[in-house]
Design a protein around this ligand. Structure first.
Ligand code: GLN
Length: 537
């Protein structure tokens, strides 16, 4: 029987519930337990696929094609296991299924209400992963902050689960902020007291308090929190700001978070955590022997979360190469007003990011032209690959009016066009080409060398594709398709034959990079940047 750990947040959002949940899961996994994590988001969208990245950061895609919250990326990166649709549930999805059941007559004439129908649906989703595998522990992270009207049904569902299954099967962790008032030179516990009161009012007594703080928490503060929040003193855990999120599992180990959880859930502590691979990674990450600067050309640069997985993939790829990767955001619109050369100065590689719509496209094309001509390593992801195809058509193949149909739906030379099965799609939610697809690589390609195989599977999220009407022209040129989906003939990868490193991929490699399995394409791109820098000096 799986045990359940619930993680809620208090005082403010962005405290890093996902990182704490992932770190705890990592420690439990390192002790030989089978652990997974799921995220419940209290918003009414069915999934974050329709959300602007400025609203909620990157949309993370799983192998089974679910468009999910970016926290699932952390879960995968930390645990080195794959998530699925079942690991991310929203209020929209909960209501949708309750309403569908009501229409089907499943409630047998009853009045359908938040309690018990919505809460029953939440509870059944909370237990869904029990059917998927024989997990020892399922960690459930509740999005948002305790006290939000939207999260009330979730807190109520937690209360009911604890009531039904008891404390040795259900545990509640509350992550909170202990702010530091510099004028008073004091850490303040009051916001936490209030937040715990909110939880108590909803009938949930937190078993463990994890306290985010910029300064060390004294015994006295722990005692105070313990007293006012009715939590055992040794279950008040300090979560000091860390220089990298990947330090957090070790910080939590030091604070004995895993031991406290195991004790409360009455589970064995006999196996000590094996964190060798994790510590090796941290060793490499913190002791780089070299450095490169990578430009990240995108249009959502104001918000780092919009490119979360790309930033993290560079951390992993940097560590395997013992190289510090400085990622410099470059706004694609800024490149449209000229001086591309100046913006590209001192960069050892350029990644052109995924994206949607017309804004900033011309800037991306300018950046690609520059790096293609100058021999600077280039990596294009999804829209970035599509832009590379357009740029090459215009400036090398001589197709002056080459466009992507996304930008010019009526353009004559659509070297990137709408996928066939997208032509009749009207609805926006969940209708792109999503999830994992196989791809066959040309044996002689740089990409195949990087992967060490010619058969790969990668995750997708797009509507447009390389137009195979132009296949012959590209095949006879320097920019060649080297990765094909054999079932559909879709071009998934293009590579420049005579450039030191110029790779565009239609899929999202960043979604599969993990601490213990860095992505081969990020790793080879960083290698190319190291090489480029060496040759410059
Ligand atoms: N907008 C492009 C498409 O839909 C690229 C999508 C992406 O970069 N994820 O094909």
């Amino acid at each position: 029987m799986a045990k359940h750990v619930f993680v809620t947040g208090g005082v403010t959002s962005s405290l890093g519930k996902g990182i704490i949940a992932s770190s705890l899961a990592k420690l439990l996994q390192a002790r030989g337990l089978k652990v997974t994590i799921q995220k419940f988001d209290p918003y009414i969208n069915i999934d974050p696929g329709t959300l602007n990245p400025y609203e909620h950061g990157e949309c993370y895609v799983t192998d089974d094609g679910a468009e999910t919250d970016l926290d699932l990326g952390h879960y995968e990166r930390f645990l080195n296991i794959s998530m699925s649709q079942a690991n991310n549930v929203t209020t929209g999805r909960i209501y949708q299924s309750v309403i569908n059941k009501e229409r089907a007559g499943d409630y047998l004439g009853k009045t359908v209400q938040v309690i018990p129908h919505i809460t029953d649906e939440i509870k059944s989703r909370m237990r869904k992963l029990e059917e998927q595998d024989d997990y020892d522990i399922i960690i459930t992270e509740i999005g948002g902050t305790v006290g939000d009207i939207e999260s009330l049904p979730y807190i109520e569902a937690i209360r009911q689960m604890i009531n039904e299954f008891g404390k040795s099967r259900c545990l509640s962790i509350h992550l909170t902020l202990i702010p530091y008032l510099s004028a008073a030179k004091e850490l303040k516990t009051k916001p936490t007291q209030h937040s715990v009161k909110e939880l108590l009012q909803a009938g949930v007594q937190p078993d463990i308090l994890v306290c985010r703080t910029e300064h060390k928490i004294t015994k006295e503060i722990k005692r105070k929190l313990s007293l006012f929040c009715n939590v055992e003193q040794n279950s008040v855990i300090e979560a000091l700001d860390a220089s990298t999120i990947y330090d957090v599992p070790l910080l939590m180990l030091k604070e004995k978070l895993d031991r406290i959880v195991l004790k409360k859930l009455k589970l064995s502590m006999k196996i000590a955590p094996d964190l060798e691979a994790w510590k090796d990674f941290l060793g490499h990450l913190k002791n780089p022997t070299r450095e490169v600067n990578i430009g990240l050309v995108g249009k959502y640069n104001e918000l780092q979360d919009a490119y979360k997985s790309i930033y993290e993939a560079f951390v992993h790829a940097g560590a395997v190469n013992e190289c510090k990767v400085n990622v410099k955001p470059i706004h694609s619109e800024a490149l449209e007003v000229g001086d591309v050369e100046h913006q590209m100065k001192n960069l050892d590689g350029i990644l052109v990011a995924p994206g949607f719509g017309e804004r900033g496209i011309e800037g991306k094309l300018e950046a690609i032209k520059y790096v293609r001509e100058e021999g600077v390593p280039f990596f294009g992801i999804c829209l970035g690959m599509q832009c590379a195809v357009v740029e090459f058509a215009r400036n090398v193949l001589g197709i002056k009016k080459a466009v992507s149909a996304e930008v010019s739906p009526r353009g004559k030379n659509q070297v990137i066009h709408l996928m066939n099965d997208q032509k009749n799609v009207k609805e926006k939610g969940g209708t792109m080409r999503l999830g994992a697809y196989d791809c066959k690589l040309s044996r002689s390609s740089k990409t195949a060398k990087a992967y060490g195989t010619t058969n790969i599977s990668e995750r997708h999220r797009h509507r447009f594709e390389f137009n195979n009407d132009y296949l012959d022209q590209y095949n006879g040129s320097d920019l060649v398709p080297v990765g094909i989906n054999e079932n559909t003939g879709l071009v998934e990868i293009v590579e420049h034959k005579s450039h030191p490193y110029f790779v565009g991929v239609q899929f999202h490699p960043e979604l599969k990079s993990r601490v213990e399995a860095p992505h081969p394409l990020f790793s080879s791109f960083v290698k190319a940047a190291i090489e480029y820098r060496k040759n410059q000096s």
